[in-house]
Write a protein that binds this ligand. Structure first.
Ligand code: GLP
Length: 263
């Protein structure tokens, strides 16, 4: 795992967007794993601008989202399908047929989960998986005690997650208590993981995720086991990290990041 600590949220978003853009330029038919939530809105806005102003091309891109609420149709304004259409898919030249989210309306969610994993495998696996972390330590909706080898399946959401996400519903009581999410094992199979975490409300959970022991109580710690995972954080989210100096040093000195110094 590499941690990149940047002064501002804007720089963290810019770096994240540039890594994604670089992936699409190197391999136009990349398979991207995508995330939702407030953190990602700025990343998608930046990618849309890159598409409009610099011609960033999504025509061959294939996407798989991490998760979806159970029981919300794609037309529901708080569904993740709606979020993705609104923030990214409708604003770039992606082929809608190449965009995938778990089916929250599936009559048989268990087989829908297995089918989702099979589809990811069929297209050759995810090249770059974008992630953030929830207040409960989840990646996707892998709530505490999600098995490290778990596959796409239905999970019950914790009260903490309900508290975090219900304000995003017009009627907060309407927020589903179940979601269908890629498993931790599914996520770890991506070639590369890129996690963006911003804001002081994430400082405690981020310190545990990055510097704490690997535990299924905080599924983000599983990323420590991944061989190519970068965590991009702003100063607010990184406030409780112990090795801040080291992370700053990595960004300034590792040649891998030399092209990103002018954020
Ligand atoms: C939801 C998603 C997660 C995401 C998290 C972060 O719970 N299921 O994949 O990481 O939100 O949310 P936010 O960016 O709003 O803090």
């Amino acid at each position: 795992m590499q941690v990149i600590l940047l002064e501002t949220k804007e720089k963290a978003v810019e770096l994240t967007a540039r890594v994604i853009a670089g992936q699409l330029q190197r391999k136009p038919n990349s398979v991207l794993g995508l995330a939702t939530g407030r953190t990602m809105e700025a990343v998608y806005a930046r990618l849309v601008r890159m598409h409009r102003e610099e011609g960033l091309d999504f025509s061959l891109t294939v996407t798989f989202n991490l998760d979806e609420y159970v029981g919300l149709p794609p037309t529901h304004e708080s569904s993740y399908r709606y979020y993705m259409n609104h923030h990214l898919f409708s604003k770039v030249n992606i082929d809608p047929r190449n965009t995938h989210l778990p089916d929250g309306m599936a009559a048989d969610p268990e087989s829908a989960g297995a089918a989702y994993d099979a589809l990811i495998k069929d297209v050759g696996g995810i090249d770059l998986q974008l992630l953030s972390v929830g207040a409960s330590g989840h990646i996707g909706f892998n709530e505490p005690l999600s098995a490290m080898f778990s596959r796409t399946r239905v999970k019950a959401l914790t009260p903490k997650t309900v508290e975090q996400n219900s304000p995003l519903f017009r009627n907060p009581a309407e927020m589903p208590r179940l979601a269908i999410t890629m498993g931790v094992g599914t996520i770890l199979e991506a070639d590369q993981c890129l996690m963006l975490v911003t804001g002081s409300s994430k400082a405690r959970v981020l310190a545990k995720a990055v510097e704490g022991p690997v535990t299924s109580m905080i599924s983000a710690t599983a990323l420590q086991l991944h061989s190519d995972c970068t965590v991009v954080v702003d100063e607010n989210a990184g406030d409780l990290l112990e090795q801040k100096e080291y992370y700053r040093w990595i960004f300034e000195n590792d040649p891998q990041w030399s092209a990103y110094q002018n954020l």
